[in-house]
Design a protein. Structure first.
Lengths: 169, 455
């Protein structure tokens, strides 16, 4: 199934937004990922065609940046910061707790397809550590209790896409 | 301060107006030189001198604002962008005018969705008042601005990797020379400045170089600095203080001291790329020259405090893992070296190592980092070795103990400590201690889709 009209339109408009077209590549990939959840080789080929770029150039970007997923992910991608300041304030404990609660290891996706658990490096949230990024939104000053609340709220929400922001800049 | 009316009511954009209508570009460059301002992004290079490198003349030039803040421990750019985006925009207008750049680009890290939204709104407001576009403030100066977003890569904070990323390429640092001032974004002369650096500019123009230089220690360590304090303190947060405040004052008077009055064991004074200091060095002044003389650096001014429950080999491992993950892979010493440092350090932390491994670890670190000149294109490789060389220098016996026993001496002394991580109930409730603007109510904080940037 091809990318939706809206996504294609978003990519087209990104192409005219910057001093040079190629600068729009990250916005384009972000738009495609927002629709598809992750960037499969088919999706990458489609984006490459719109951008008139070689797909391998896009693959090298998708594999480089942490916010792009090259494998299927759940509806909500939970990325817990593991860098030094979060580590000092209990990130490892939190990661283990979320992993147990969801019943998946880091990198895994729950059977119902709701959640993927990942770790991420420093989010610039060190003063409000520990922190995580879910669907492009920050959650900070986490405790087990707050994680419980957040996960419950997300589990009952319809889609991560509803709260996702960003991209088209 | 996110709204332009609030910003202008407090004198916002008056410095830009003054600069564009009453001052010559060269005068502003001289003013910034006289202020003693040094780059706040990590390297500490004199800002006015850097501006002076931008070629004069009528060619197309770019000003790039580096907002790819990703250095572990650092979070002041994020707050500056989210809470006061117009201050940054005003700094950009003045800097672009002073260096003759007709185009400006803000590169924000991909994770900063909220910051990008607020910046985008601020740009729209400023443009609507004619602060971007043609004939700004009735002068003959024109400036166009774009906001770009990254997608999660520490290396994009390195200025040439940032340019590669902005051009849509795999973000690997370029070899220098030529420097960006000569060949930068899209091959044009480009000035790259950090968010905090640019935020100093309106104040220098508005209040004068003497005012700025009267803060801190003239002539080489002037002005205010936003210290990001995190880790084992009661009130983590951003503290704007005169450059050269002592570590002791910062930790105990501003950041509320260490939980349960435990002792400070080690401090990273400038982001995890800076060499650790010991708990007996709390009277050190946190400025460029003092920290450099002590074998460390001010870096981004990110102060990470580790109390006596912290296991230094584990903390070092966590910091080196970061660099291993973020190494772009272009230069062999950094790509392979960070991997081997992680492997060895993991073996030391988890058991099965010997004390020869500690020496080997140090040997690898010295082969990549600072001591070996010009073997990598950027400073990431150097940075990756700091936690190891400084950790072993200060706490060698801990590394040796770990290697010999496969156990943690800190854990033996602090049975409830999990390698220095927070123990539940031992930390005060953060929510009662942080300033109100840092509080985020997730239930109300649904970020709408980012509006299209008006052109």
């Amino acid at each position: 199934m091809p990318l939706s009209f809206e996504t294609r339109q978003e990519i087209e408009s990104a192409l005219g937004r910057y001093p040079e077209r190629r600068t729009a590549v990250l916005d384009a990939l972000r738009a495609a990922q927002r629709e598809r959840g992750y960037l499969s080789s088919d999706t990458i080929r489609e984006v490459a065609e719109i951008l008139d770029m070689d797909p391998s150039a896009l693959v090298s970007l998708v594999t480089f940046y942490d916010l792009f997923h090259d494998n299927p992910v759940g509806e909500h991608v939970i990325m817990v910061c593991r860098s030094i300041s979060c580590y000092l304030r209990g990130a490892d404990d939190l990661i283990q707790y979320i992993s147990e609660r969801l019943g998946v290891p880091v990198g895994g996706t729950t059977a119902d397809g709701k959640f993927t658990l990942k770790t991420i490096e420093c989010l610039a949230s060190c003063g409000t550590a520990p922190a995580m990024l879910v669907n492009e939104r920050y959650y900070e000053q986490l405790t087990r209790e707050r994680v419980d609340q957040i996960l419950s709220a997300l589990a009952s929400s319809t889609s991560g896409k509803a709260t996702a922001t960003g991209g088209a800049q | 301060m996110a709204d332009i009316d609030v910003y202008e009511a407090r004198g916002g954009y008056s410095a830009a107006r003054k600069a564009l209508t009453e001052m010559e570009p060269a005068q502003i460059v001289d003013l910034v030189k006289a202020s003693g301002l040094r780059g706040r992004g990590g390297a500490g290079f004199p800002t006015g001198v850097k501006w002076g490198f931008v070629p004069k003349g009528d060619m197309l030039k770019y000003l790039v604002c580096n907002s790819d803040e990703s250095e572990p421990g650092t979070f002041n750019n994020r707050e500056l962008i989210e809470t006061d985006p117009h201050q940054l925009l005003e700094g950009i207008i003045i800097a672009a005018y002073a260096t003759g750049c007709q185009r400006a680009v803000i590169y924000a890290r991909g994770e900063f969705a909220l910051g990008a939204e607020r910046l985008s709104r601020a740009i729209g407001q400023a443009r609507a008042r004619g602060y971007f576009g043609t004939s700004i403030f009735g002068s003959d100066f024109s400036l166009e601005i774009w906001l770009l977003r990254g997608a999660g890569a520490y290396i994009c904070g390195e200025e040439t990797a940032l340019l590669e990323s902005a051009e849509g390429n795999r973000p690997m640092p370029r070899s220098r020379p030529p420097f960006p001032a000569v060949v930068g974004l899209y091959g044009k002369p480009t000035l790259v400045n950090n968010v905090e650096t640019l935020c100093c500019i309106p104040h220098i123009v508005g209040r004068g170089a003497e005012w700025f230089a009267s803060i801190g220690t003239a002539p080489r360590n002037t002005g205010p600095k936003i210290y990001s304090v995190s880790g084992h303190v009661n009130r983590p947060g951003n503290y704007e203080l005169p450059l050269g405040v002592t570590l002791r004052e910062l930790i105990y008077e501003h950041a509320g001291g260490v939980p349960s009055n435990r002792k400070v064991k080690a401090v990273v004074p400038g982001g995890s790329s800076a060499a650790m200091l010991g708990g007996d060095q709390l009277d050190i002044k946190l400025d460029f020259d003092t920290l450099a003389a002590a074998g460390s650096m001010l870096g981004t001014g990110a102060v990470v405090v580790m109390d006596e429950t912290t296991c230094i080999p584990h903390a070092s491992l966590r910091m080196v893992e970061f660099y291993n993950h973020e190494s772009c892979g272009k230069c062999t010493p950094c790509r392979e070296g960070t991997m081997w440092m992680v492997k060895l350090l993991r073996r030391i932390c988890e058991g099965g190592a010997t004390s020869a491994d500690v020496d080997e670890l140090l040997r690898i670190a010295q082969a990549i980092g600072f001591g070996a000149p010009n073997i990598t294109l950027c400073a990431l490789g150097d940075a990756a070795t700091s936690p190891i060389t400084s950790g072993i220098k200060l706490f060698r016996e801990e590394f040796e103990y770990h290697a010999r026993h496969g156990r943690c001496p800190t854990e033996t002394q602090w049975p409830t400590a999990t390698h220095g991580q927070e123990r539940r109930g031992d930390m005060p409730d953060l929510l009662t201690n942080i300033p109100p603007y840092m509080l985020r109510d997730e239930t109300k904080h649904v970020v709408p889709s980012v509006p299209q940037e008006p052109r």
